[in-house]
Write a protein that binds this ligand. Structure first.
Ligand code: GDP
Length: 368
């Protein structure tokens, strides 16, 4: 439209034609790519088998997810990975906080990857997960040298949940890692609670890291945990501490002799080393190699894996039953009221439990 001020009577001035409001977004910017492509379980497995770490990590995330659809996908992936699993040496590692687990795993791991040409996965079971709050960075900085190795896959503990749940997820992750070609798997746990039993029930070799210099008491490590150990390694055998470490090793050896012979027929060994100065590391791996050869020879290796598989079937049933029970709406509705009745002595604990179970299973029948 002609602007009125462009009339010849306003000589000397010209108003230009305006332009329309430019878009606020740069039109030349490429459209954002969708961040994640969706893969089918078969595609996941194919990529995992090729050693694709990104997809391995994403599969582990599915395993750890609480979402039902993720769980279904995860189970399908695990099932498809099963035929390719089982070919690693699974090593459980425990020790009280400060014993030097991180330093030692960094040292062992780097040795395995660099000197022995192994592919190593480092997993953890830590139901409290306070240390790293499940952050990968937390675990990567704990194992600085190892985390730079392309042959190492480090995954922190699934975040807090019931011990059974956390442990099951770690066990399933082992299967995925094995399908991805990792030939050694470390499962670390803090040596204070019950998680040792869980780690023991998914590993072939159980390694207990101990310290010297605190006399002959067992440093807060329960007797039961010592009994589970296939190898006890006394850390920080360096500098002035070498003699003390040797003495501690002798004491542990004596203590072990008081235990009955383990079912494996393997007499647990006690070694000294320094995770920090990386001495005595090769000997630890030799011990594990020796154990594997020995137990494969006498059939124990296979037997233990079979009984672990059975154990995890029952563990999963127990865990799932509990979760489903407590999460079902019918139970959620009644639970508090029943609890109150028990507290007010209106009904016995036993009767309340029975009524709840009855209504859960009755409801279940109705759905079917
Ligand atoms: P974690 O809590 O079991 O993971 O133990 P860390 O690996 O974090 O180690 C605890 C402390 O012990 C750290 O300050 C380490 O530097 C130190 N440490 C670990 N291994 C050794 C070792 O072999 N010799 C010495 N002198 N110190 C060590």
């Amino acid at each position: 439209m002609k602007h009125p001020e462009n009339d010849p009577k306003y000589a000397g001035l010209a108003v230009n034609q305006g332009v329309s409001q430019p878009p606020t977004i740069n039109p030349y910017l490429k459209p954002h790519k969708k961040r994640k492509k969706d893969y089918s379980p078969s595609e996941y497995v194919e990529q995992i088998r090729k050693g694709n770490i990104t997809l391995l990590s994403r599969a582990v995330t599915l395993v750890e997810s609480q979402l039902r659809e993720h769980q279904i996908a995860a189970q399908e992936i695990i099932e498809k990975c099963l035929p390719y699993s089982g070919n690693s040496v699974r090593i459980g590692i425990t020790g009280v906080p400060g014993a030097g687990k991180s330093t030692s795993i960094d040292a062992f791991g780097t040795y395995l990857v660099k000197e022995k040409n192994k592919k190593l996965a480092v997993l953890a079971i830590d139901p409290s997960s306070e240390r790293s709050k499940g952050s990968i960075l937390g675990d990567k900085t704990r194992m600085e040298e190892l985390s730079r190795e392309p042959g190492a896959f480090i995954r922190p503990s699934p975040t807090a949940g019931s011990l059974g749940g956390v442990a099951r997820k770690t066990r399933e992750t082992i299967i995925l890692c094995e399908a991805a070609g990792y030939d050694a798997v470390f499962v670390e746990t803090v040596g204070v609670g019950q998680s040792e039993t869980a780690v023991h029930s998914m590993t072939d070799f159980f390694l207990l890291i101990q310290l010297s210099g605190t006399g002959d008491e067992l440093q807060g490590i329960k007797r039961g945990i010592m009994e589970m150990a296939d190898g006890i390694i006394v850390n920080k055998a360096d500098g002035d501490n070498v003699e003390k470490a040797k003495l501690a090793a002798a004491q542990f050896r004596n203590a072990l002799h008081l235990f009955p012979m383990p079912a494996s027929g393997w007499q647990p060994k006690v070694l000294t080393y320094s995770g920090y100065y990386k001495t005595g590391i090769a000997e630890i791996w030799d011990m594990i190699d020796e154990y594997t050869a020995f137990t494969k020879g006498n059939g124990y290796f296979e037997r233990k894996r079979n009984s672990q598989a059975k154990y995890w079937m029952y563990e999963t049933i127990n865990e799932q039953l509990k979760t489903r029970f407590y999460n079902s709406p019918i139970i959620e509705n009644q639970l508090k009221a029943k609890e109150l009745k028990v507290l007010n002595s209106e009904i016995s604990s036993f009767a309340a439990a029975n009524e709840l179970l009855e209504s859960y299973f009755a409801d279940f029948k109705n759905i079917k």
